[in-house]
Design a protein around this ligand. Sequence first.
Ligand SMILES: O=C(O)CCC(=O)C(=O)O
Ligand SMILES: [Fe+2]
Length: 287
Amino acid sequence: MSHSVVENKKEIFMGYRDDFIEQGYVLLEGAIDDELLADLRVAVQPLHKELEAGKASSYRKQTVLKPDVFHRAYIDFLNLEIYNEAAHEILEDDDPMFSGQACLTGSLEQRICGWHRDFADNNPEMPELLTMPNSCIQTNCAIYDDESLWIIPGSHSRPTNKEERDYQAKFEGLGFVDLKEEYLARDESIPGSMPGAMHAKLKAGDCLLYNPFLWHAAEYRPEWKRATLCGGFKPVPFVHRFKNLRWGLPHNPWCQEPEYMGDLGTYFGPGMKHYCEMALEYPDGPA
Ligand SMILES: O=C(O)CCC(=O)C(=O)O
Ligand SMILES: [Fe+2]
């Protein structure tokens, strides 16, 4: 690669960091090429079979690296250069921890995952984490076109405002993911009626890198075939410093003996090593 191409890339990635700090998200369009997309569609087939058979325990498969559903395509995905280099630049850390890999699969019923931050405003660590707009990255990488997710840009670096709090109060008592009719009975235009809401529409192959402290919501429709890889990156020093960032560490005991996955690759290998070390140091995760 010529010097100018490398320089150009660096500039683009620095732009990603500025956008992520400001808005709380960056969209990497077409980050997954067609060949890898085809392999990933094979990889997720068992997850859709489980969902269609009514055997899925949730609207996501939390651990796609578990041996019974593992597929080599996940490792190729986790080593995508643009995905990793963008994350490193955003976090200002070339050696972050892998933070687990789930696949969001949707629902057999019309449902809403209500508006939330992944940690509530009254969580003791939140005031400080809200002053650190690039402390961690969560990802939604679409294997099929995916219009499920909604976000409030910029909400990752400030406390919840009155409009958001008042809106949220309308849904008190509903489940985190509940039937759409239950949500519609409280507000007929959820999710788009939340003040500041933006529909995060992904095309197959797009990767959204976002801060999970953003206010976000999702809609699940049975007619939407959904397989969206949800994972992320965390800087190791912040995992030591913040309990919240240890969420997910107990989820993958099989990662301590990863031989069945084959070569872990140049990006995922080091990220996974950190994950394994941290899982041993903090076996109870955030507890
Ligand atoms: O389905 C999604 O895209 C979002 C799910 C979510 O926000 C969550 O489970 O915390
Ligand atoms: Fe969430």
